[in-house]
Ligand binder design. Structure first.
Ligand SMILES: CC(C)(COP(=O)(O)OP(=O)(O)OC[C@H]1O[C@@H](n2cnc3c(N)ncnc32)[C@H](O)[C@@H]1OP(=O)(O)O)[C@@H](O)C(=O)NCCC(=O)NCCS
Length: 186
């Protein structure tokens, strides 16, 4: 079985076309991408950053991510068009303990590039990597307000396994449910 480094070297950078023919390159985030990543997250509406768990518009948060960049812990896969980041999907590994057979996904795409298959392509790439690593489960946590994401992950074979009532708060501080979805890998 290939290691993560071997998979990444063999697979990326990868050129793909969105459903309307827009050419996009997929590759892991590099240390030089900090400014571009900050600009990308700053361009997303606040509600679209709800699932990211950290304030990604804070330069210190991104600086820290770049400083600590370690694909074996968190693998960020970015999509680029004309040199700009237009999508970001991360795979969070749990190398120790009772969740080491799992990884968690987080995903955003740029508002101007949506509904052209980019989100699906990014998630499919992460699923392929997790499968090649021999992981057994891949999960996503979604507040119901992000209903588009629910349909995307459902379409890709993720199933709702838990609905944690009132577990999170939205931007107005209102309690919201959190849906946990899991895809079992072959
Ligand atoms: C969810 C998100 C990543 C989808 O990105 P995308 O690039 O538009 O994804 P795709 O074009 O591959 O869409 C895939 C599916 O998502 C659903 N979807 C996406 N946009 C939709 C819309 N405007 N209306 C209805 N369904 C939509 C559909 O099921 C679609 O499949 P289909 O085209 O076969 O009908 C994007 O809307 C986003 O960044 N949202 C905010 C952050 C978020 O919700 N992240 C996920 C939780 S971490």
């Amino acid at each position: 079985m290939d290691t993560l480094s071997e998979i990444l070297i063999k697979t990326y950078p990868k050129s793909i076309s969105l459903e309307d023919g827009t050419p996009v390159t997929l590759r892991p985030l590099l240390k030089v991408d900090g400014a571009a990543l900050l600009e990308y997250f700053g361009s997303l509406p606040p509600e679209d950053r709800l699932c990211l768990k950290e304030d990604v518009t804070d330069p210190k948060v991104i600086e820290n991510w770049i400083y600590e960049l370690d694909y074996d812990t968190v693998l960020p896969l970015i999509a680029l068009h004309n040199g700009n980041i237009v999508g970001d999907a991360t795979l969070h590994f749990n190398p120790i303990g009772w969740t080491k057979h799992q990884a968690e996904v987080r995903l955003t795409t740029s508002s101007q590039y949506r509904v052209r298959g980019l989100g699906t392509l990014l998630v499919q790439n992460l699923i392929d990597i997790a499968t090649r690593l021999g992981l057994e489960q891949i999960s996503i946590e979604i507040p119901p307000v992000l209903d588009k994401a629910f349909y995307l992950f459902e379409k890709m074979g993720f199933k709702e396994v838990a609905n944690l009532k009132g577990f999170v708060r939205d931007l107005q501080g209102t309690e919201s449910d959190l849906v946990l979805m899991i895809k079992y890998l072959p």
